[in-house]
Design a protein around this ligand. Structure first.
Ligand code: AMP
Length: 403
């Protein structure tokens, strides 16, 4: 199940990674974090003398077809990644532009041990996202061993992430090192984490995070709420939230979560004050007010100074911290203080010995922007996948390896 347990010497390995990196108009990689995070697995396999066949998706080519209905190959081809992959590994990387089985087999045959072949974007194949068995079987036929290191797509039952694993027995498939770390770190928060456990949940909508919050009630001592979702809670408790983001359909549910928290002995922390603005703009007029007394025409776009002070203390006293979602509209400088202070406090608590998991999405963007990603315990590469894992949903890409 783990890479270290496999007999790998001189094997051909089919490795699924998440190289879904952003490219600019010139097709240059603007952030190679996802490639960097897979490199330890690549190096491990190369050092074992394996032939390495790497597959990944890039973007959503099937959803962004050209006007004539065909795939925009130039925009989504993995060819753009080949030279950077060679630089990162120090090994000249070959590229197979086709998913035709004869071409993929020929390219594999040409590969020497300790060498790398990158296959074209798996989503160029029409069957990939449908979990097509023929495509999965063709891919599986290329190799002796399957390794999945693509945590970011573990919640998808695609041919190259999940279905392909059916063609390998338990002695011939495993997680890669990144995927192993993602699973172990998430489990460290979910199962028997050291107290006090604090979950910091932010972002736009409460509706996206209900299942997560319900799950966290069982394991957390504190749940810190920030971002737009805080105002649904404030209104549910009778507050005036003006024009703040608020999901009126979820007021009852927010109330129920607060009641469940009291029963579970979990403290729900809501922002006492907010930085409010008279428009959704960095140039808007701003003022600090109580989060339950926001005037009409004004909206809460960040947590206020009292909330920052209180949240900082809770985070500082924690031994286990999970963070998912920003405290405000951190993309605009006037509403970023809450999020960046939380980032700093999580880093400080980690330096004092706490375990911290940055659980995907915009909190990852925030911790990176604050240049603190190496000061926390683990920054997840999986947005949706990490959210589903933490909610307790079985992920098909994980089950395919363990079952
Ligand atoms: P999510 O994807 O649900 O984690 O939400 C992230 C987004 O929520 C970011 O783009 C933030 O700008 C936005 N956001 C955070 N706080 C607020 C707020 N108070 N009002 C409106 N949007 C917010």
């Amino acid at each position: 199940m783990y890479l270290q347990d496999l007999e790998l010497k001189n094997n051909t390995v089919l490795l699924r990674v998440d190289f879904n990196v952003p490219l600019n108009d010139k097709y240059e990689i603007t952030d190679d974090t996802r490639m960097q995070r897979a490199i330890p697995t690549l190096k491990f396999l190369i050092e074992k003398g394996c032939k390495l066949i790497i597959m990944s998706h890039l973007g959503r080519p099937q959803k962004m077809l050209k006007d004539d209905g065909t795939v925009n190959v130039e925009k989504f081809t993995l060819k753009h990644l080949v030279s950077h992959l060679s630089d990162l590994t120090g090994i000249n990387t070959a590229f197979c532009p086709s998913h035709d089985i004869n071409e993929m087999s020929a390219a594999t045959k040409d590969l020497g041990f300790g060498e790398i072949l990158l296959l074209e974007n798996t989503r160029f194949h029409k069957g990939e996202t449908k979990g097509d068995e023929h495509f999965a079987k063709d891919l599986a036929s290329l190799a002796d061993v399957f390794v999945n290191d693509a945590f970011g797509t573990a919640h998808r039952a695609h041919s190259s992430t999940t279905i392909v694993a059916r063609y390998f027995d338990n002695m011939h498939k495993s997680f890669g090192l990144l995927m192993e770390a993602e699973i172990k770190n998430a489990n460290r928060v979910l199962n028997g984490a050291e107290s006090p456990v604090t979950a910091i949940i932010g972002g736009a909508k409460v509706s996206d995070k209900i299942k997560l919050i319900e799950k966290l009630l069982d394991i957390s001592d504190n749940i810190i709420i920030g971002g737009g979702m805080a105002y649904t809670f404030k209104k549910a408790l009778g507050g005036e939230v003006g024009n703040s983001l608020c999901e009126d359909d979820y007021l009852d549910l927010a109330k129920t979560l607060i009641e469940k928290a009291a029963i579970a002995n979990t403290k729900i922390c809501l922002p006492e004050d907010s930085v409010s603005a008279d428009a959704f703009s960095n140039d808007a007029n701003i003022k600090v007010c109580n989060s339950d007394a926001i005037e009409d025409g004004w909206m809460g776009l960040d947590i206020g100074p009292k909330a920052i002070e209180f949240y900082s203390k809770v985070i500082s006293d924690s031994k286990t911290i999970l963070w998912n979602g920003p405290m405000g509209v951190f993309e605009m400088s006037n509403f970023s203080k809450g999020t960046f202070t939380v980032a700093q406090e999580v880093a400080n608590a980690t330096q004092k010995g706490a375990f911290s998991l940055i659980g995907g999405g915009d909190s990852v963007a925030a911790i990176n922007k604050a240049k603190l990603s190496d000061k926390v315990s683990h920054v997840s590469t999986g947005g949706g996948a990490m959210l589903e894992f933490l909610e307790g949903k079985p992920l098909p890409g994980i089950r395919a390896i363990t079952s």
